[in-house]
Design a protein around this ligand. Structure first.
Ligand code: NAP
Ligand code: ZN
Ligand code: ZN
Length: 364
């Protein structure tokens, strides 16, 4: 038998062996996890993951703080890497391209919101991890892993001038702040407040400043004052200091609240102008409490925003490419121990300003 005949007789593999880090429960440590990714269908792209950011949502989900966790869980939805294979009908990507994957890997693509490029609210949304594929059975596993197979529609192009490590958090933190900044038409006339200078907050400051806004950071950490100014803020106030809070009272058009833990929004709403907009993007575990008189007298619009659609995510990446915007990161080795240490520091608001896992080197 010739080698060609032998190859023809060998059944083609139905899956690709992958490895990553998973947790088996909310109280067990990360461990090495071997699993399968699907072989690319015609419309699939296979990406060799180089970097993955650690979003606070990973922490909420690993520890089951939102009471919806499924295990084993491989977290990670701030993924950048290099295209390794493409399916036969893929038009937008070639082997070797820089690619990114965020919080979504599929949706129905037929419903009213999918048709309006707002896939993130589709009733059949498939999240990158802690979710299933459209069959509602096959679990999805995220970016703390070496390879991922994703429908082309849910893969983004990373502009060539952006390094893959510092661009990774744009895939969640970037789009989550960009989307409301665009929705509320932020420009040079906007007095913008960003609450919480963490992963989302720091990129929100950069994006808001690049759109021309006058940015005020409202933080619990006095130690972040200088950083906030370097990131593009014009004003920095500490939320626990009533005197500092008074200096900004009634002045902001739009506040983006990125805080990950339960907190009092009353004093923050006081910073808004009459009929200003308070947009929650942080996802603490307890409901917000708002006093009736604040609503009566301030007439704020209190709203929220979840990531962004695929078209808008690409628009955000192109905006970042044009303005040379990336995240300030602490790049770390990816091991079960380093991930745990990064989680502990993130919970203490002690990260400048996003941990990014060096996935490529971990799984060489
Ligand atoms: P992060 O890096 O941990 O930043 C959160 C920041 O909130 C901290 O750096 C800290 O900033 C502030 N903070 C923490 N505890 C606080 C407290 N008790 N009171 C007041 N402020 C506090 O988190 P992240 O990755 O930016 O994510 C932030 C939140 O957004 C998380 O809940 C995450 O799940 C959620 N999220 C939502 C979306 C969405 O689609 N809407 C997407 C991604 C993430 P200071 O030190 O400046 O006070
Ligand atoms: Zn996220
Ligand atoms: Zn849909």
């Amino acid at each position: 038998m010739t080698s060609k005949q032998a190859a023809a007789n060998t059944p083609s593999p139905i899956s690709i062996a992958a490895k990553g880090y998973a947790v088996d429960s909310e109280s067990t440590p990360f461990k090495l996890f071997n699993f399968e990714r699907r072989m690319p269908a015609a419309d699939d792209v296979v990406i060799r993951i180089h970097y993955c950011g650690i979003c606070h949502s990973d922490i909420h989900q690993v520890y089951n703080e939102w009471h919806s966790s499924k295990y084993p869980m491989v977290p990670g939805h701030e993924i950048t890497g290099v295209v390794e294979q493409v399916g036969s009908s893929v038009k937008g990507f070639r082997v070797g391209d820089h690619a990114g994957v965020g919080c979504m890997v599929d949706s129905c693509r037929k419903c009213a919101t999918c048709k309006k490029d707002i896939e993130q609210v589709c009733g059949d949304l498939c999240l990158t991890y802690n979710s299933t594929e459209l069959d509602k059975v096959t679990p999805t596993y995220g970016g703390y892993s070496n390879l991922i197979t994703v429908k082309e529609h849910f893969v983004c192009k990373i502009p060539k001038n952006l390094p893959l490590d510092a661009a990774a958090p744009l895939l969640c933190a970037g789009i989550t702040t960009y989307s409301p900044l665009r929705r509320y038409k932020v420009d040079k006339h906007t007095q913008l407040g960003i609450v919480g200078l963490g992963g989302l907050g720091h990129i929100g400051v950069k994006l808001g400043a690049a759109m021309g806004a006058h940015v005020t950071v409202i933080s619990t950490s006095e130690s972040k004052r200088d950083d906030a100014m370097k990131l593009g803020a014009k004003v920095f106030i500490v939320s626990k200091d009533d005197e500092q809070m008074k200096t900004v009272a009634n002045s902001l058009d739009l506040i983006i609240d990125t805080v990950s833990a339960p907190h009092d929004v009353g004093p923050l709403l006081n910073l808004l102008k009459f009929e200003g907009v308070y947009c929650v993007v942080g996802a603490p575990t307890k409901p917000l409490e708002v006093g009736a008189f604040t609503l009566l007298m301030k007439r704020p619009t209190i709203t929220g925003s979840g990531i962004g659609g695929m078209k808008e995510t690409q628009e955000m990446l192109d905006f970042c490419g044009k303005h040379n915007i990336t995240c300030d990161i602490e790049k770390i080795d990816a091991t079960p121990e380093t991930i745990k240490a990064a989680y502990d520091r993130t919970v203490k608001a002690d990260v400048k300003y996003r941990f990014v896992l060096d996935i490529l080197n971990a799984f060489k």
